[in-house]
Design a protein around this ligand. Structure first.
Ligand code: UT7
Length: 367
């Protein structure tokens, strides 16, 4: 049975920065309150021409470049997002087209902020089963479009960004060691975004009631999060037969500094063992774990051979954790220029559209 290694990683955050002081001009809040209660100082906000697929594509191309893998060699793309570009088509399919990955199946996975852990686990399971060799997992968000900028309890929290991993099969032991995924739908009402779904139609009445915005019971989510971060980490380590001492780094979902601090206390681990960047990006939902991972690699905190635990929680309610032996790119004979494949992919995509248009002319279109 092959092992599933994480061989590439990438991230992208939009340039515009929204600071706590900027927010204090919009709602009744202060830099001091936000920093004390959440640890957040600023977040990034997507520009009008940036969408989940735009951000996700940039992160994906970087991840493929690190892995030195051609987009054309991808068998599977899983995009996980809490702010999809459309209900359908899947954001994963938009990314498949934009990176030029004609052999890849593509679908979205919805597990809110736990999505990235779920998706990496699903990709790893597909690789371990032998059915695929190369997978791309993307977490991408433009949550700023679903935030009620008049609601001070939620608008301070969220930010936009994307992160991606490439996973590949190898006979070398290592890579994803174990994973746990959990859910409790009885808490579904604690964190919701109603209007994108089939239950609450987008009409004048529902929009007037603000159903197009994120609703959250912050205190309840906080209590749930601190409990589940501890239990999921302990469970995944038990399954992988690892002790806490063997873990080099824990990369948690970045929702609130206090949640991470409380979980660290619960696990009796020092904060130095945790990666925290919520101060600069806020909560980027499915993108927060890969963004934190990329920064940990870039700063030298995560190195090949290290044991790392990813742990997250979110709406659903969902939660999960994944333990991995960190690998890095697999050896390959020559350097690949991913942008060249992307260009070919763009041309292929244009030709497909043209072909469809011409076929429409030949076979006739219904008005
Ligand atoms: O990815 C998962 C998504 N979500 C989360 O992980 C969030 C989990 N929850 C949290 O992070 C925290 O609950 C919050 C940061 C959302 C809120 O912090 P808190 O310490 O739980 O505050 P609270 O909701 O208990 O509110 C305390 C007070 C309230 O005033 P009163 O009722 O005590 O007078 C709020 O109205 O703080 C007030 N408040 C604010 N004040 C200034 C709420 N938001 C703000 C604000 N600025 N932005």
């Amino acid at each position: 049975m092959p092992y599933a290694h994480i061989t590439g990683w990438g991230m992208y955050v939009p340039e515009p920065v929204l600071t706590n002081d900027d927010l204090a001009k919009i709602v009744d809040t202060s830099d001091e309150w936000i920093r004390e209660r959440t640890g957040i100082r600023e977040r990034r906000i997507a520009r009008a021409h940036e969408f989940p697929s735009t951000l996700g594509t940039k992160a994906a191309l970087q991840a493929l470049s690190v892995a030195n893998l051609r987009p054309t060699d991808l068998d599977l793309i899983i995009c996980t997002t809490s702010s999809p570009e459309y209900v359908f088509p899947a954001t994963a399919a938009l990314i498949q087209d934009q990176i030029g990955a004609p052999q890849a199946g593509a679908f979205d996975l919805m597990a809110a902020c736990s999505g990235f852990i779920y998706a990496v686990n699903m990709a790893a399971q597909a690789i371990r089963s032998g059915s695929i060799r190369n997978a791309l997992v993307v977490g991408t968000e433009t949550l700023s479009r679903f935030v009620n900028w008049q609601d001070r309890s939620t608008c301070i929290l969220f930010g936009d960004g994307a992160g991606a991993f490439v996973l590949q099969a190898s006979s070398q032991p290592g890579g994803v060691l174990s994973a746990v995924m959990h859910s409790d739908g009885s808490g579904g009402n604690l964190l919701t975004l109603p209007v994108l779904g089939g239950r609450v139609p987008a009409n004048e009445a529902t929009l007037h009631r603000g159903h197009q915005y994120i609703y959250m019971d912050g205190r309840e989510v906080f209590r749930f999060a601190t409990r589940m971060m501890v239990s999921a980490t302990e469970e995944v380590l038990r399954n992988a037969r690892l002790s806490k001492e063997e873990v080099s780094l824990i990369i948690p979902h970045q929702a609130n500094y206090r949640i991470i601090e409380t979980a660290a206390r619960g696990l009796r681990l020092p904060m130095e063992r945790f990666v925290v960047n919520v101060d600069r990006y806020g909560n980027t939902s499915t993108a927060s774990i890969p963004i934190a991972t990329v920064e940990a690699v870039q700063s030298g905190r995560l190195k090949p051979g290290d044991t790392v635990v990813f742990v997250g929680f979110g709406a659903g309610l969902t939660w999960g954790a994944l333990a991995a032996k960190w690998t890095g790119p697999l050896p390959s004979p020559r350097k690949i220029t991913v942008s060249r494949y992307r260009l070919v992919g763009r041309v292929r995509s244009l030709l497909r559209r043209l072909q469809r248009y011409l076929e429409g002319l030949i076979w006739g279109r219904k008005a």
